[in-house]
Design a protein around this ligand. Structure first.
Ligand code: CUO
Length: 661
């Protein structure tokens, strides 16, 4: 046997159908195992509600019934008095509770219990690879694991562009929508920021409503740039719920749990009233329209109607945060009965559009799950519309004045990038990577299986920013770096308003400025937006002692963060023109006083910091989150800002990741 420990579970924890097996199971493991750990026998909590979800069904947080069951289970996990009790109840749950729900609820509990900080959550892609990869991989993986004895690891290859052919224009950005790292980021984000829980403190995090708005706004800005690099128009909003959705989507993912495929949505599908008793959902499309109208009304009057009938003003400081919670919605919405659940129910309507009354006994499509939603073109249509509704509010605010934009005494004379691709050029290419698939596959002999897939990558680069400090003393500044497209889809120059809405945050960091000239050099890999490749995938090819190995173990938790390999858009072979923007703002006005020791704090721009406040006092997206009277970006510039025209040059070659190290 090996030196793996095995848990010895009390007999009555086994479900009835496994009872006769229980002694066999423990005997078999007992022979193999180096040591056994007895699981504490506790008085089991009432699990009737979470057990209502059949073991083999899909689980969606967007479905109100599932949400309530998950809320109950999270409550149970949070309420366990210590780790041993938690482990005990988990071992009881594992054979009874729907595995997707179990995994979600346990992950939320581990993230939020004080005694589980530093504990591993297995990377989601490994636990449930079927949500991220083509099922062919699993069939091949099974063959590989049956044929190849352990020790020899033959990677199986995930094909590129497997969901459609070139007749589908949307396929040109499939590498973005179906990127495993992007989908993992989105799943992690919603795990860190749940919208529902019996425990309010899990939901009520600093500026979570604003972050909901901002993180998704940035996804849309990034997707639009990606589309324009590929000769597509910016995404069209899904705003008329009575009209068909133009694009179809055929996910080609197999659910291992349900052993059936994710349902597709045909092109030209219209959402319809839902009546699915099995999910306890009855909702009319008109409800979405009512909620939308009430949201717009609140924005127009800058005032929210509370449950007691009073009005609450939407002020500059809290307005967007309140609207974010109202829109999503989360349980800290100021009035959920009135403003409803627009964004979440949009996901639900779309994800059931192929079977709104359950007559075909179909489950929800990919839009019903935060682990898979970003694969579907309609995700971006829906979130473009959501973003437009938030922007209605931003248009009500006064443009930033000199007092907010200027940093007297600090002048940014230039910004640029240096790297292997050349000065002010960013180089992109395809990279071939390998990830571990072992954990989620239930086959013998157990062993790791490597999956190989192709994704976008860019050459590392360095920002070089020249700053002159004439204040006569040392000061602290916040450097804010953005990038935006220059032209629209027809090659015409973008208006400033379109350009500012297309601004993509690349980095944000604090720096000291000595009196006189300062040259700031900052590496792209240190971006505050992204997490390293090793953390996105917990790369199994990293061995102890390799660069990234320690980090990969220590930061298992901090899976939220835009995947670094998607930091910049693909560009094109001619060189896609973009503008790079850098600003230094006065840190004394930006700072949040807090201790950051030991937190996941290196992807704060889109994910915040665990157990801390959002580390920037300014509105998210500052200085581009508000409209301005400026006619062009150069009009907008102050002495403490600079721009540089750059281009993103794509080379159509595929380089194995290992070769690049
Ligand atoms: Cu992230 Cu709609 O919120 O998916």
């Amino acid at each position: 046997g090996d030196d793996k420990a095995v848990f010895e579970i009390p007999d009555h924890y086994y479900p009835e159908k496994y009872k006769t097996l229980s002694s066999t199971i423990s005997n078999r493991f007992g022979d193999d195992a180096g040591r056994t750990i007895p699981v504490r026998n506790i008085a089991l909590p009432n699990l009737a509600q979470p057990m209502e979800l059949p073991y083999n069904d899909q689980f969606s947080l967007f479905v109100p019934k599932h949400r309530a069951m998950a809320g109950k289970l999270i409550d149970i996990f949070m309420g366990m008095r210590d780790l041993e009790d938690l482990q005990s109840v988990c071992s009881y749950c594992q054979l009874r509770i729907n595995p997707y729900m179990f995994n979600y609820c346990l992950s939320v509990a581990i993230l939020h219990r004080p005694d589980t900080k530093g504990l591993n959550i297995p990377t989601f892609a490994e636990t449930f690879p079927d949500k991220f990869m083509d099922p062919k991989v699993f069939r091949k993986a099974r063959e590989v694991s049956n044929v190849v004895t352990s020790g020899v690891r033959m990677p199986v290859t995930i094909p590129v562009n497997y969901t459609a052919n070139n007749s589908e224009p949307e396929q040109r950005v499939a590498y973005f929508r179906e990127d495993i790292g992007i989908n993992l980021h989105h799943w992690h984000w919603h795990l860190v920021y749940p919208f529902d829980s019996a425990d309010r403190s899990i939901v009520n995090k600093d500026r979570r409503g604003e972050l909901f708005y901002y993180m998704h706004q940035q996804i849309i800005a990034r997707y639009n740039m990606e589309r324009m690099c590929n000769g597509l128009s910016r995404v069209a909003r899904y705003q008329n719920f009575r009209e068909p959705i133009e694009e179809g989507y055929f996910p080609k993912l197999d659910s291992q749990v349900a052993s059936r495929a994710w349902p597709p949505r045909f092109a030209g599908t219209t959402i319809r009233d839902l009546d699915r008793p099995v999910d306890q959902i009855r909702a009319d499309v008109s409800q979405l329209e009512t909620w939308r109208d009430r949201f717009v009304q609140a924005v127009e009057t800058l005032s929210v109607t509370l449950a007691n009938g009073r009005q609450m003003p939407l002020d500059e400081e809290r307005g967007i945060d309140i609207l974010g919670n109202m829109m999503e919605s989360s349980i800290i919405s100021p009035n959920r009965p009135y403003y409803g659940d627009l964004h979440n129910m949009g996901h639900v309507f779309i994800s059931y559009s192929h079977d709104p009354d359950h007559r075909h006994l179909e489950q929800f499509g990919v839009m019903g799950d935060s682990a898979t939603a970003m694969r579907d073109p309609v995700f971006y249509r829906w979130h473009s519309y959501i973003d437009d509704l938030f922007q209605l509010y931003k248009y009500k605010l006064n443009p930033y004045g000199d007092d907010k934009l200027d940093f007297p005494g600090v002048r940014v004379s230039s910004v640029g990038v240096e790297g292997a691709a050349g000065r002010n050029t960013l180089g992109t290419f395809w990279e071939l990577s390998t990830v571990e698939l072992a954990r989620g596959l239930d086959f013998t002999p157990r062993g790791s299986v490597l999956a190989r897939f192709t994704h976008l990558q860019h050459q590392d680069f360095t920002y070089v920013i020249e700053v002159n400090n004439t204040s006569g003393q040392s000061v602290m500044g916040t450097v804010r770096i953005f990038m935006a497209p220059v032209q629209d889809e027809n090659g015409a120059l973008l208006s400033f308003d379109e350009q500012r809405r297309g601004m993509i945050e690349l980095d944000k960091f604090t720096t000291g400025l000595r009196p006189g000239n300062n040259t700031i050099r900052h590496r792209s890999v240190d971006s505050s937006v992204t997490i390293p490749y090793e953390r996105t995938f917990r790369d199994q090819s990293v061995r102890p002692g390799d660069p990234g190995a320690e980090e990969s173990a220590e930061f298992d938790f901090c899976g939220c963060g835009w995947p670094h390999h998607m930091l910049v858009a693909k560009g094109n072979q001619q060189g896609y023109p973009v503008v790079l923007f850098a600003m230094v703002s006065n840190w004394a006005e930006d700072r949040i006083e807090q201790d950051l020791v030991g937190s996941c704090n290196d992807a704060a721009s889109y994910c915040g910091i665990r157990d801390r406040k959002y580390p920037d006092r300014r509105s998210m997206g500052f200085p581009f989150d508000r409209p301005s009277a400026a006619q062009s970006l150069s009009d907008f510039l102050r002495p403490n800002m600079a721009v540089q025209n750059c281009s993103i040059r794509f080379t159509d070659t595929t380089i194995p990741r290992q070769q690049r190290r």
